[in-house]
Design a protein around this ligand. Structure first.
Ligand SMILES: [Zn+2]
Length: 68
């Protein structure tokens, strides 16, 4: 399953990555954690976060990307 996609024609494709665990498997349960900030009491603006995956075979966690 794809984690990221392009949202505009002005963005250029750089590369495709297919992460693989040290155990050799390439199926992960993924999650994203974002930092929520509030402005004038209204939460919702995110500034930075991280996308992680847990291997379904050996349960190792790994970081896929830091977003900002
Ligand atoms: Zn693994």
């Amino acid at each position: 399953m794809r984690l990221f996609t392009f949202t505009g024609e002005h963005r250029k494709f750089l590369r495709e990555e297919r992460p693989e665990c040290d155990c050799g498997k390439s199926i992960f349960i993924t999650g994203e954690c974002e930092r929520i900030e509030g402005e004038q009491g209204i939460p919702g603006f995110f500034d930075e976060g991280v996308i992680v995956g847990k291997c379904i075979s050996c349960n190792r966690n790994r970081t896929f990307a830091f977003i900002d």
